[in-house]
Design a protein around this ligand. Sequence first.
Ligand SMILES: [Zn+2]
Ligand SMILES: [Zn+2]
Length: 225
Amino acid sequence: MGPRAIFITDEICQVGGSGLSAPNDAAVYLVSLDGCAVLIDAGCGDADDMILANLEAAGSNPARIEALLLTHCHYDHAGGAVGLRRRLGCTVVAHALDAPFIESGDDVVSAADWYGASLAPCVVDRKLGGAREELTLGGRTISAIHIPGHSPGSVAYLVESQQRKVVFAQDVHGPLHPSLLSNATDYRHSLQRLLELDADILCEGHYGIFEGREAVAGFIRRFLD
Ligand SMILES: [Zn+2]
Ligand SMILES: [Zn+2]
């Protein structure tokens, strides 16, 4: 199977994940706005070459990737951060509440030990704080919304593309576990917050891409009940 990408809008595609890169990789998305681009999540680090090949297959120039936006500290999402940061020369962005586990390579809180693996530590160049921050890419905005619960510093990224609200909320499904420092009350509030975004498209980390407001809300509600 050669390099490939799955397009979601003309500006957004999936370039990594199980079936596209390494089996343990959560989804990796590419957002290209006005000639500038970011990656959302990095996979576990087992298949950086394939992610880069998929990027190029999508027509993206790796030199134009400004930042890697991490949704949270878990191994399947953040393990590849250090390699991609070095190879792309991009900054790494994560919430301040998850950043310490990424920077120290914490195998327990990152769940790396569930995979029999180790989280390669990575510098977090920009630490997000508070409930919501706006990031600028090209002349456009990507909102970073704090959705704690699955991990303390989980973040959803929201962008409007071709008149559609696209939300990257990678581990909507959880799970919740004490070793991940999960919090069930926060998780329910965060699901409610995600519902209120009224997104047209949801890009999940493991369950794929949901299109249409009904499908997005239906998936989120499954975990509220
Ligand atoms: Zn996770
Ligand atoms: Zn995950």
